[in-house]
Design a protein around this ligand. Structure first.
Ligand SMILES: [Mn+2]
Length: 441
């Protein structure tokens, strides 16, 4: 695969500029380890998001090192070429070609990491890395610092020292990742398109008597056939009462006439997630009570979308969605009292117990603070987030039976633009007419 190394190189330059502005030092960022699933088989490999964001390099057993200072350097440790191993587990780029293709000043084999780290850390003022994420990595960092001190005592006539300061680099990287650049947005748009088309296919192929897993298979087929590498998270395909289980992933029930089907599924394309939820009738026609509830959730989605613009608070779309949902719950007789009372007492949370969105990016629940100094942060162009109001009605004596076991969520992926927000997920209908028309086609 031909890959453009330019955006990855530019991000590393930004990290180096940050180090430079904060006393210099060396940044060390490892990729994710391979993980065993059971008895000698591993999970599909997925690189660490920070490492991937800064390198574009997808092989396991690799470490990025950035050295600030008068002559900044981009360094990579990766697996050596190995003719025997490559027969079994596939191509390895090797340091020489990796340095050329991914634009590193130098690259070495991963076996040299332990020996070279003390030399790279000697006389540096600070070490920047992810701390407290992976205990195995924390141990390696402590060992490298110890080895650097030993080097300082024994080598070079006592003229060297180990870094005096240890910085957690994830906060710096989180703020960078929160604002998407053009190459990231291109991938997120494509991931959203693929996912929207898969949801359309799910709507076209759902009918009473089929099983949830058959529809999951339609989604997976479409994701992979369109070139995406993984699902961004386990797909939720929940018919009837299953939709009231927020993280239902068994997907093994038969779908019945008269039920709704809630699908929360998204693909991951070249490291970027999409996250879409649609809810539609198994038989292609919303019933009266389903329609009443659906219109309320849809109106909450519209209201939340309208509250997203630069300068608005992170919490504004949630407040807007809650206001619409609370009004709807009171109007339908699901909750008693005034709309303000329902909001102030949190009683709406009986039917809407989650928040209205999260950051979206390389991780489906992407990195980035939601508050700054204790206050909800304002939106800035280039941020991407989900908008996902819902309602979940379990059977109860004080709830009209017509609404029992209805779970609805309408989730879209939003980009904050210069003057408002844009949905990346317009490729799958969310209005009742659009859904029913598609299911008839
Ligand atoms: Mn979501």
């Amino acid at each position: 695969m031909i890959l453009d190394p330019t955006p990855f190189h530019a991000r590393r330059e930004r990290v180096l500029a940050h180090l430079q502005a904060h006393g210099g030092g060396v940044a060390i960022i490892p990729t994710a380890p391979e993980r065993e699933r059971n008895n000698g088989t591993t999970y599909a490999y997925r690189p660490d998001s920070y490492f991937w964001y800064l390198t574009g390099f997808r092989e396991p057993e690799a470490v990025l090192v950035l050295v600030a200072g008068d002559s900044p350097r981009h360094l990579l440790f990766c697996r050596a070429k190995n003719a025997e191993q490559e027969i079994w587990t596939g191509y390895r780029c090797g340091p020489a070609l990796a340095a050329e293709r991914f634009v590193f000043d130098e690259a070495w084999t991963i076996d040299e990491l332990e020996q070279r780290l003390p030399e790279l850390l000697a006389d540096e003022p600070a070490l920047w890395t992810g701390i407290g994420i992976d205990p195995a990595w924390d141990k390696r960092i402590v060992a490298a610092l110890k080895a650097t001190r030993t080097l300082a005592r024994t080598g070079n006539a006592g003229s060297t020292s180990a870094p005096a300061t240890l910085h957690d680099i994830t906060g710096v990287l989180d703020e960078m990742r929160l604002i998407k650049d053009d190459s990231e947005l291109a991938l997120m748009r494509r991931a959203a398109q693929i996912t929207a088309a898969a949801h359309c296919q799910a709507m076209r192929t759902t009918r009473p008597g089929r099983h949830e897993y058959e529809i999951e298979a339609e989604l997976l087929h479409h994701f992979r056939a369109a070139g995406s590498q993984y699902v961004a998270y386990p797909s939720i395909v929940a018919s009837g009462a299953n939709a009231c289980v927020l993280h239902y992933v068994d997907n093994d029930c038969r779908m019945n006439d008269g039920e709704l089907l809630l699908i929360d599924a998204g693909c991951e394309l070249d490291g970027y997630a999409a996250d879409i939820t649609r809810t539609f009738p198994v038989n292609g026609r919303f019933s009266g009570p389903q329609r009443d509830l659906y219109q309320i959730v849809l109106a909450a989605n519209h209201a939340a979308r309208g509250a997203i613009r630069p300068g608005a608070s992170w919490n504004a779309p949630h407040d807007a969605a809650v206001a619409v949902l609370a009004r709807g719950f009171v109007d339908l007789g699901l909750l008693q009292g005034s709309v303000d009372g329902v909001i102030e007492s949190d009683s709406y949370r009986r039917f809407y117990m989650h928040r209205t969105g999260h950051w979206l990016g390389m991780d489906v629940h992407d990195v980035g603070q939601y508050k700054l100094k204790g206050e909800w942060r304002p939106f800035v162009p280039g941020m991407t987030l989900t908008v996902e109001p819902g309602c979940y009605i379990r059977p109860a004596d004080d709830v009209p039976e017509a609404f029992w076991n209805i779970g609805i969520r309408v989730e879209d992926d939003a980009l904050v633009t210069a003057d408002g927000c844009e949905y990346l997920t317009g490729g799958v209908p969310r209005e009742i007419d659009g859904i029913e028309d598609l299911m008839r086609s």
